[in-house]
Design a protein around this ligand. Sequence first.
Ligand SMILES: C[S@@+](CC[C@H](N)C(=O)[O-])C[C@H]1O[C@@H](n2cnc3c(N)ncnc32)[C@H](O)[C@@H]1O
Length: 272
Amino acid sequence: MEERSANIIKEKDLVMVYLDEKRQFLVQAIPRLRISTDHGDLNLSDIVGQPFGFTGKTHLGRDFYCLKPSTADLMMKLRRLTTIVYPKDLGDLLLETAVGPGSRVIEVGTGSGALTLVLAKFLAPDGIVYSYDRRDEFVENARKNLERAGYAGNVEFTCADVTRKGFAEKEVDAVFIDVPEPWTIVPRAFEALKGGHHVVSWSPNVEQVKRTVDELEAHDFKRIQAKEIIEREILVRPQGVRPRERGITHTAYLTRAQKVLVAQQQEPNSKF
Ligand SMILES: C[S@@+](CC[C@H](N)C(=O)[O-])C[C@H]1O[C@@H](n2cnc3c(N)ncnc32)[C@H](O)[C@@H]1O
């Protein structure tokens, strides 16, 4: 877990070593480890004990800067074995729920752990992410990514096919779905969620959204909405300011909904 007060780079901290836009490396501060660039080598022993923001020099005399990695950096630079959710979508997904520090949430599938990492950070110190994936090798890779980022303590991983087995947890604050067939998870999400709380799902294809919305409608979910978040990077240069010509033009469509309780679920002492 991150210490709020300390701005000093400690051994094993993650640091964004930045020379310029083409040369930026998310590294773990391990003494004696060397990083080679075409502008010279740098020794990580030189940065441990320095404050974030420190300016060092490679052995060829080129400046490098030790920056604090953003949450988006942590996501984008983890070891990927699957496609991941992108920062522009994730920001919106989080705000479409009511979760915060201390919440208990479910996600499926774990994939490379990009969403897991952000959720774990957001729910810390005492919240928990129950993260499910049917592929063991993805769970193990995600576990290592979370350990490296320092948030594994806020995650419980389970290797299981959720469509067949469902979730072990009940009364969770949100369910996040990122699988190719999200509509198969909707009944499982309904069983696991607290009344009034949110399910969010994201899918690259419109057909997936349609099937998911159909299933949400069939399961007492209301306020169902789907949308796409579009982001354009702006180049700010002496010769002119304009959007970049190329980039990631499509990631996913986002779907969100909230669970309502039907009459028998509202009885006093109901388990819902
Ligand atoms: C696109 S990846 C998820 C990426 C993840 N959100 C991230 O940001 O790193 C989809 C994952 O869903 C898993 N999956 C697909 N269907 C599943 C199911 N029925 N139960 C559990 N996991 C499932 C796959 O094994 C895969 O790892």
